[in-house]
Design a protein around this ligand. Structure first.
Ligand code: LLP
Length: 408
């Protein structure tokens, strides 16, 4: 928990709002985000990386809610977008095209055309074929496009294998020899200003050393080309999901990078570091059942609302909304979906619970709602933004009509 989420008068609050008030009004499951915490996280990144002259581009794949994007935009950061849909969302939230970085291993022609037409700031290119297509499209438009080449450094990052992206087996980026050859023959791309190297080696990085190795390799490749002096190191700044996690802070990354950055412009693309611990998922207990020695707490929230535990074995703290006064006992917190992996937390410690009691799944502001699905014909939850003592629904709960609308 952080200063935005705390117990007062025996119940859990977000900033100046008791979570029961939100659940009473809009029901559960519901995502609740703290504006104060988002701003604190952005300030922390700005304080760490500002002195390095870094440009910060929030990776909006982590949480693309429009109201939240507006808050983030007002805090003065740009965005990293990975599809035309994300770019459109960023524009709707008021983010200028020049502050959008467009990334992704499989951009379609239509997406590239859209990005060129609105004039995004940077395009991060991930293959020679994409580079050739981009050159053609830029030439047709008589446009000069600023490009970073995404390097696949062939480095193993200390993280979960599903979110490591810079190793030799990953589809991402361009291998060093090919990247060097592209730089040597830049005149083949007269409409592309190849000004930087992008290297995102993964998410939830447990150590800074692999990032430094990747940066050194990128710099070695760029060295002979004096106008390639931007290094976009991507995201990956970790979040403490459990009490026991001990991860480097943004300031630790910044301190370690500083000696490498003389003469370089640096960009970062934090996603979860901005939003993860600013959000929780509020769920209600439907049933409690003891079976073969297990206590199953069956809630109205599920893997369709929060996929991370099922997909990555992610451990999010689950805490009761009513401050626990009695002994905590083991429990398995599960959802209603017809999948054995529909578990929100397999080894929770919770007080005795009964139907209608509420629980909070913590640190789900990143990769929570954006990965929600309609599997089992479930409606995706609403999203609520809390700002001091004010709160508002910034996306309503889906209804049956929303799900049926696209079918004839
Ligand atoms: N930049 C690039 C090029 C990325 O691919 C990503 C994340 C980021 C920045 C932001 O990474 P962050 O700072 O959030 O770690 N669904 C997974 C995470 C997938 C991340 C994909 N790329 C999860 O729930 O952990």
């Amino acid at each position: 928990m952080n200063e935005s989420f705390f117990y007062r008068d025996g119940t859990l609050w977000c900033e100046g709002v008791p979570l029961d008030a939100i659940a009473d009004a809009v029901g559960t499951p519901v995502y609740v985000y703290s504006v104060a915490r988002v701003l604190t996280n952005i300030r922390k990144l700005q304080t760490a990386f500002g002195p390095l002259g870094a440009s910060i581009h929030y990776s909006l794949k982590a949480n693309a809610n429009l109201a939240l994007l507006r808050v983030i935009n007002e805090a003065g950061v740009g965005v990293d977008a990975v599809s035309a849909g994300e770019i459109a969302r960023a524009r709707l939230a008021g983010i200028p095209a020049s502050r959008i970085v467009f990334a992704g291993v499989g951009k379609t022609r239509a997406e590239l055309e859209y990005a060129l037409d609105i004039g995004v700031g940077w395009i991060n290119v991930e293959s020679q074929a994409e580079l050739a297509l981009l050159e053609t499209l830029a030439a047709e438009r008589r446009q000069i496009v600023t490009v970073a080449l995404r390097l696949n450094p062939g480095i193993e990052a200390a993280t979960h294998r599903h979110i490591a992206t810079g190793h030799a087996g990953a589809k991402f980026g361009i291998e060093p020899a090919v990247l060097a050859a592209i730089l040597d023959y830049r005149e083949a791309y007269p409409h592309l200003f190849i000004a930087g190297i992008h290297v995102h080696i993964g998410s939830q990085l447990a150590r800074v050393d692999a990032t430094l190795d990747a940066m050194r390799l990128a710099q070695r490749l760029a060295e002979p080309h004096s106008d390639v002096r931007t290094l976009n190191i991507g995201g990956g700044f970790p979040v403490r999901y459990g009490e026991t996690d001990n991860f480097p802070e943004p300031a630790d990354f910044a301190r370690a990078m500083k000696p490498l950055l003389d003469g370089w412009h640096i960009m970062i693309e934090p996603g979860r570091a901005v939003v993860a611990d600013a959000g929780l998922l509020l769920v209600s207990v439907l049933y409690v059942k003891e079976q073969y020695g297990n206590r199953f707490v069956i809630t109205d929230g599920s893997m369709t609302d929060l996929l991370r535990p099922a997909l990555y074995g992610a451990e999010h703290p689950v805490i009761p909304v009513r401050e626990p006064a009695s002994d905590m006992l083991p429990a398995m917190v599960v959802g209603p979906v017809c999948e054995s992996t529909d578990v929100l937390k397999s080894s929770a410690l919770l007080p005795p619970l009964a139907a209608a009691d509420r629980l909070a799944v913590m640190d789900v502001g990143a990769y929570g709602m954006v990965m929600a699905s309609n599997y089992n014909m479930r409606m995706r939850p609403p999203e609520v933004l809390v700002e001091g003592r004010q709160w508002r629904v910034v996306r309503r709960r889906e209804m049956l009509e929303d799900l049926l609308r696209l079918e004839q």
